[in-house]
Design a protein around this ligand. Structure first.
Ligand SMILES: Nc1ncnc2c1ncn2[C@@H]1O[C@H](COP(=O)(O)OP(=O)(O)OP(=O)(O)O)[C@@H](O)[C@H]1O
Ligand SMILES: [Mg+2]
Length: 396
């Protein structure tokens, strides 16, 4: 019996527990706020590696641009690969600050335009707070920054997701794509997909790094083996980007997975967030990416396929897509994924320990995607008449 059935539509207790902890965290923050003292001059900002001079300037800007009378309880929350995140309060409200690593204003423009587009279209999305200059971001210390309201929502891990959860996710992704198709801001950049020659150069660099490791752990072996599997796969399926007819016609979220969604205690979706990877792309590409990361992240078994079917049925009910479009989107995602080497670089070159868990789940995906690639679209498309339901150009 599926987990969602077992729970009879009730709230997942561990998620509910984390929600209550979130509320407690908020209460702790409120208490801290009352006790908080003015920040003394020191070499770095409290609970972060931000130099004090930058922190002081940040406080000034938060005051001038956002009306935060004082900044208390400032701390880093750990961040992703392209941003650094912080929490702070002004004694009344709590805020989530994001520092973008890219100094590229055109990229920031795309991200901000996407927040505005999805929000206007009625998508539940946590958008940046507009500042006194009418902007959604500001520039400080060689970086762009945005301020978001702090939202206490429930995050679910891959292994906690029920069929009902992924149906909600599939439905929301369809709504995002409908809005993204209707109003794609004209000047947003199209997605940057793979380059085979780049993969080959990186493969050589990674092989060199692997050979010269003083000692090898099991994750090093996994990283090395992944690159070999990818290389063999790319020899058999030697697609160049131009081989696949893809039209970048939709504004996509870019990173729509369970990791970037908050749930409510009743299991409904509270909001999505994190448009750091938004761009124009074929929606089939994002559907495939979201399904693989959300439903196959922790395992590759019958239950992953059940979740994937539930996700896709909900998506397709809200925004139909024929088999050819789904197939081409999945093909593009798998090809792109099989050219990616950033994780192997983290392991073999940067010797990152924090990426070991990701390396293990990536290994499972690389293996299965390479072995099952040709049959995957048919297995995932949740209708029996998959291949008959579409007219494909002859020869494809
Ligand atoms: N407005 C918010 N209020 C409270 N918490 C938030 C908010 N936005 C994001 N978070 C939390 O911070 C985490 C990181 O945020 P986000 O996904 O935007 O950044 P990221 O740098 O892309 O990180 P990641 O690589 O984990 O995706 C989220 O997974 C979520 O738990
Ligand atoms: Mg994120």
């Amino acid at each position: 019996m599926a987990t969602s059935e077992r729970m009879g539509g009730q709230i997942d207790t561990s998620a509910s527990l984390r929600y209550r902890k979130g509320i407690r965290l908020l209460a702790d923050i409120q208490t801290l706020k009352r006790k908080s003292k003015p920040v003394n001059r020191r070499s770095s900002a409290p609970m972060s590696n931000l130099p004090f001079s930058v922190f002081a300037k940040l406080c000034d800007m938060l005051k001038e641009l956002y009306g935060l009378s004082s900044v208390a309880d400032f701390r880093a929350t750990g961040g992703g690969f392209t941003t650094e995140n912080f929490l702070c309060s002004d004694g009344t409200n709590t805020y989530f600050l994001k520092r973008y690593h890219t100094p590229d204003m055109s990229r920031l423009h795309d991200i901000m335009a996407a927040y505005a587009c999805f929000s206007r279209g009625g998508i539940p999305i946590i958008t940046p707070i507009r500042n006194a200059q009418g902007d959604d971001c500001f520039f400080l210390d060689e970086s762009w920054w945005s301020v978001f309201p702090f939202v206490a929502g429930i995050k679910k891990r891959g292994e906690e997701l029920t069929e009902r959860d992924v149906q909600k996710l599939g439905g929301l992704l369809a709504a995002i794509h409908r809005v993204g198709m209707d109003c794609p801001p004209a000047d947003i950049q199209p997605i940057a997909l793979w380059n085979k020659n780049v993969f080959l150069s990186e493969k050589h660099a990674l092989e060199y790094a692997y050979t010269h490791l003083a000692s090898k752990q099991d994750v090093d072996e996994m990283a090395f083996e992944n690159v070999q599997i990818q290389d063999r796969f790319l020899r058999d399926h030697h697609d160049y980007l131009s081989d696949i007819s893809l039209i970048n016609h939709s504004l996509i979220h870019g990173d729509f997975t369970h990791n970037n969604v908050f749930f409510k205690p009743d299991g409904e979706i509270l909001a999505t967030f994190d448009l750091d990877k938004t761009c124009l792309a074929p929606r089939g590409y994002e559907v495939a990416r979201s399904v693989f990361i959300t439903c196959f992240d922790h395992a590759w078994d019958a239950s992953s396929f059940r979740l994937a079917h539930a996700f896709l049925r909900a998506y397709l009910a809200a925004y139909p897509m024929n088999f050819a479009e789904f197939h081409d989107g999945l093909h593009a995602y798998v090809s792109h994924f099989m050219h990616m080497t950033w994780l192997e670089k983290k392991i073999l070159v940067d010797r990152s320990k924090q990426h070991a868990a990701l390396m293990r789940s990536s290994t499972v995906r690389v293996k299965h995607l390479s072995e099952e690639f040709l049959t995957l679209a048919e297995r995932l498309y949740p209708f029996d008449d998959a291949t008959q339901s579409v007219s494909r150009p002859s020869g494809t």
